[in-house]
Write a protein that binds this ligand. Structure first.
Ligand code: NCD
Length: 312
């Protein structure tokens, strides 16, 4: 349980204390990675099901590794090879998975709200691994964890989120998580890629990175999500890259210790240049490593975590 809830559906629904508990729990999980035997028995006997209705490499593998490192049994269901192609409804799929004995379902879906719908029909935990343009809470948490690790704090930092904010569930989870933990957030994108009324979440809005770069401690660069764009929101990828893509030139006036992040997958040469993505200031690979630790923490806490250990 996290804050009395069996599911993790979004950072919007967590308190600052709950977010901080997950980040704190992820630390000893990460320490496990340096041991020869990178495994702990916390989820022995539990079954974790990965149910992905959208392509994913890093998130699916990260969850699978996280579950395996906690000694759970893992099952991967890819929807092209399941009854979903035969027309089974989401709720029937949920009930089938529950009847097969799953304890936790990790779900990615192209529709916002699908994991929430599933969570209402089954008693096992549901973890949202990205739903449409809504939230991707474990990505938000791993981004927070990475910033904490690199900067030692979240409170008072100025974090810019640049790129396709309109279609990004990563942006929404980052905004909720960062604001709740005391960071200052601004989004940077062409006007057509900024969701209406985003200011109401308490974020600053900028169209040009050049206008805000000197103030930023962290820049999180997001992918242009071509697959979600139903209309042309900028003239061409080349144009986007020229005006909004983050390259060394646009970072010229940044703080010396600016931290560069990207959730991946990257469109090199579009939203970010290779020089920036591969620079020493880039935490991209460390974000991937931290993702496993944060997901272990979430699986551990949702499965009863410390409560179970106390009882045994
Ligand atoms: C993100 C996603 O799927 O929302 N990727 C990820 O989980 N690593 C971001 C993206 O697809 O651009």
């Amino acid at each position: 349980m996290i804050g009395g809830k069996k599911d993790l559906l979004g950072l919007e629904y967590l308190s600052r204390q709950e977010i901080e508990l997950i980040l704190k729990t992820a630390k000893p999980m990460k320490e496990l990675f340096t041991r020869t035997v990178k495994k702990a028995p916390a989820l022995r006997g539990k079954t974790v099901v990965n149910l992905f209705y959208e392509p994913s490499t890093r998130t699916r593998v990260s969850f699978e590794l996280a579950a395996k490192r906690l000694s759970a049994d893992t099952v991967n269901i890819s929807t092209s090879a399941s009854s979903v192609v035969k027309g089974e409804s989401l709720i029937d799929t949920a009930k089938t998975i529950q009847a097969l004995g799953a304890d936790t379902v990790i779900m990615r879906h192209p529709y916002s709200g699908a994991p929430e719908l599933m969570s209402r029909h089954i008693s096992c935990s549901v973890i949202n691994a990205g739903d449409g343009t809504h939230e991707h809470p474990t990505q938000g948490l791993l981004d927070l964890f990475t910033i904490m690790e690199e900067k030692g704090r979240l409170e008072g930092l100025k974090v810019g989120i640049a790129g396709d904010i309109l279609h990004s569930r990563v942006a929404r989870s980052n905004i909720w998580g960062l604001i709740k933990t005391g960071a200052e957030v601004c989004v940077i994108a062409p006007a057509t890629l900024i969701p209406p009324r985003i200011q109401e979440l308490g974020v600053g809005v900028y169209n040009r990175i050049e206008d805000i770069i000197p103030e930023l401690d962290v820049i999180n660069i997001l992918r242009i999500q071509k697959e979600r764009q139903k209309e042309l929101l900028f003239p061409s990828l080349g144009e986007y890259s020229f005006v909004f893509g983050i390259d060394s030139d646009k970072l010229r006036k940044s703080k010396k210790d600016l931290l560069i992040m990207h959730p991946g997958p990257m469109n090199r040469g579009v939203e970010v240049s290779s020089t920036v993505a591969d620079s020493p200031a880039s935490a991209v690979s460390r974000q991937v490593t931290n993702g496993v630790a944060v997901r272990m923490a979430v699986l551990y806490l949702l499965s009863g975590g410390a409560e179970n250990e106390d009882a045994s």
